[in-house]
Design a protein around this ligand. Structure first.
Ligand code: ASP
Length: 325
């Protein structure tokens, strides 16, 4: 018997709107009991329990909820539960998946899913995604792989998954790496694994954190004024730049970031492109507070920098963390 526990947080999978339509609906309006009613009968050797932890559009998700979820899963992982499924809105699903990948302390499968179409749409994708996620969470092969996202017949790593389409049902990928594997009905087929440190090997312990250090993202564009950096530097403990190309920005921004070094403010250099790598470059990293994001997009670099700030104030150690996680 495999015991799978479902934690519902809202999102489009629990959304309702005008019959048939895919737009103009309210996310997170159905309780988890209604989601369960959409499922076909589960195998006799699979026991499913469920709880509603919140009912949010995932644009309302914040660090407080991430801490709550991580701690809750860490506690429940000590019980007879064999795997977890989390239903979540797709807009920030990649962020929650990465945070939990760094903060949960279990080898048991943790699978996140959701839907692009509300429950009232013609051909809603939620029931099938949920059904597959439950089956994936019950598979021994899904253990020890970090937090997974199961969506539209594919399995993604929480480390690399990104939303790449605004409305189509096949809305996620892992950029150049594609996916970790496929689902075909209730069967999983793993093809890849992530080499990044996660879950039980992660150095981050959120058990006693009451909040996450504030890290903000600044988007660079042609002619972007550098005084935006001053504004955020006075409020945040770290910054992430969504730079052009391979994490680039103007000489004015380079100068300003160098000035922020004196205030011991870490600045992570990511890219707004979404593919490729931002690696060490002496033009930017001449200032010791400037750290390349490697393959993390800005929204995930923000999460890693925030957690890194809970364990170190050394820029060198932060860079090492960015290389490994
Ligand atoms: N706005 C919704 C959310 O993220 C979108 C979705 O779930 O697809 O909660």
């Amino acid at each position: 018997m495999r015991h799978i526990h479902l934690i519902a947080t809202g999102g489009t999978i629990a959304g309702t709107g005008q019959a048939g339509k895919t737009s103009g609906y309210e996310a997170g309006s159905l309780p988890v009991s209604s989601l369960l009613r959409t499922l076909p009968p589960l195998p006799a050797d699979l026991r499913l329990t469920a709880e509603q932890i919140c009912s949010l559009d995932s644009n309302e998700v914040d660090g407080g909820l991430w801490l709550r979820l991580a701690r809750h899963i860490n506690q429940l992982a000590q019980t007879d539960i064999d795997g977890f499924v989390l239903t979540h809105g797709t807009d920030t699903m990649d962020e929650t998946a990465y945070f939990l990948n760094l903060a949960v302390k279990t080898q048991k499968p943790v699978v996140i899913t959701g839907a692009m179409r509300p429950s009232t749409a013609a051909s809603a994708d939620g029931p099938f995604n949920l059904w597959q996620a439950i089956h994936l969470a019950a598979k021994p092969e899904a253990a020890g792989k970090g937090v997974l996202v199961c969506f539209c017949d594919s399995i993604y790593s929480g480390r690399d998954v990104q939303k790449v389409n605004t409305y189509k049902t096949d809305a996620f990928n892992e950029q150049d790496i594609s996916c970790l594997g496929y689902m075909r009905d209730d069967q999983c087929y793993f093809l890849n694994s992530s080499l990044a440190v996660h879950t039980t090997a992660s150095c981050f312990d959120v058990s006693s954190l009451t909040e996450l250090p504030r890290v903000d993202i600044l988007y660079f564009y042609a002619g972007a004024p550098e005084d935006a950096l001053d504004f955020y530097a006075s409020r945040a403990q770290g910054l992430v730049i969504a730079g052009t190309g391979s994490g680039n920005y103007s000489s004015r921004w380079v100068k300003k970031i160098r000035e922020l070094s004196a205030r011991r403010l870490p600045v992570v250099r990511a890219s707004r492109i979404g593919h490729g790598i931002v690696s060490r470059d002496p033009h930017f990293e001449d200032s010791d507070n400037c750290i390349p994001a490697f393959t993390l997009p800005p929204q995930k670099a923000r999460i890693l920098l925030s957690l890194a700030l809970t364990v170190t104030d050394s820029f060198e150690e932060m860079e090492e963390i960015f290389r490994k996680y």
